[in-house]
Design a protein around this ligand. Sequence first.
Ligand SMILES: [Zn+2]
Length: 189
Amino acid sequence: MIDMADGHTVATAVVGHEGAVGILSALGPAASAITAVVRVAGTASRVSASRFHAAFSRCPAIRRAVQNHVRAMLMQLQRGSACNALHPVEARMARWLLQFRDRIDHDILPLTQQTLSEIVGVRRTTVTLLMRKLRARGAIRSDQRGRIEIDGPRLEAAACECRDIIRLEVEEVYRSGGPTPRTVTGDAI
Ligand SMILES: [Zn+2]
């Protein structure tokens, strides 16, 4: 998440078990303007920046994994920038919901409308309006008490093409660019 000077927040990227948060610390200490928020409870591994930096320096496999993750993250950020500039907010919200769904592999997303407004960068009332539209077309089955149940195929129809493009590009990075990403059932950050 990025916090703007006027108090607004907006999501820039989503990371699951295919990657890691704070991975650029492998390149050396640096301040970051990013706020990482855990949206879905789960299990994660944590390592200090200094230990990770040491492992990065001596292990080619870790360097490859970091390079792949950075490339995948850049693709997501570049595609996201284009999407934010060009695509309607309803399609973008559908894209974000699917990006979460891809990482937890479940059709019930533990997200509130307030959280969605922070992620997409729109007012809460706009989220309510968009959710109503998505429910009308069957893309959202229910939205109660911080649990949003989606209909995957219908939500895909409502989303812009960016979700598929980002997913395919990221899969290609991990397939052709180095080691297969670690997969741990049930975790997401
Ligand atoms: Zn888009």
